[in-house]
Design a protein around this ligand. Structure first.
Ligand code: MAN
Ligand code: CA
Length: 157
């Protein structure tokens, strides 16, 4: 069951507030960053594109605090729709092997869809989290979870 409208409006207001002053920002973020947080709908799902570079762990916690999860990608149409908003940046997805090396899971929801960039995942150093659009390529790359990336939240069902 989708969350009622007031809950969604509350999540949106919180997201906008976060944009104006994130919990870990050393100083208030710019107004343009706040304006860049767009809730978007696709195929009955709603998403937040958060243009603030955070570790995968912080990104996950921020999505959860808003009643969302890190995005789960279910098929090629969702993947290409998401990519339409990514621009030149790379974005955290929920996919990760933080629990068991080599066993990839979604942090929220489930999906059998995968779209690795060729040669990935390669776990260079220690890469347990997945971002999309790395270096402008249209596939996924495993990447160190502690590095800051923009991220996409998806409303939990
Ligand atoms: C860098 C990192 C890795 C990636 C390789 C690809 O080392 O971005 O995650 O796999 O480049 O060459
Ligand atoms: Ca990699």
């Amino acid at each position: 069951m989708p969350k009622p409208l007031p809950a969604r409006l509350f999540a949106l207001a919180t997201a906008l507030l976060l944009g104006a002053c994130g919990p870990e920002d050393p100083e208030p973020a710019s107004a343009s960053e706040g304006q860049a947080r767009q809730p978007l709908m696709f195929n009955g799902h709603d998403y937040l594109f958060i243009r603030s570079a955070r570790s995968w762990w912080d990104a996950k916690a921020i999505c959860e605090s808003l009643g969302y999860g890190l995005v789960t990608v279910n098929d090629a149409s969702e993947a290409s729709w998401l990519r339409g908003f990514e621009g030149p940046h790379s974005w955290w997805l929920g996919y990760n092997d933080t629990q068991t090396e080599g066993v990839w899971r979604w942090s929220h929801g489930s999906s059998s869809y995968v779209q690795w960039q060729s040669g990935e995942p390669n776990n260079v150093g220690n890469e347990d989290c997945v971002h999309d659009n790395w270096s402008g390529r249209s596939g996924w790359n495993d990447y160190p979870c502690d590095l800051g990336q923009y991220f996409i939240c998806e409303a939990l069902p």
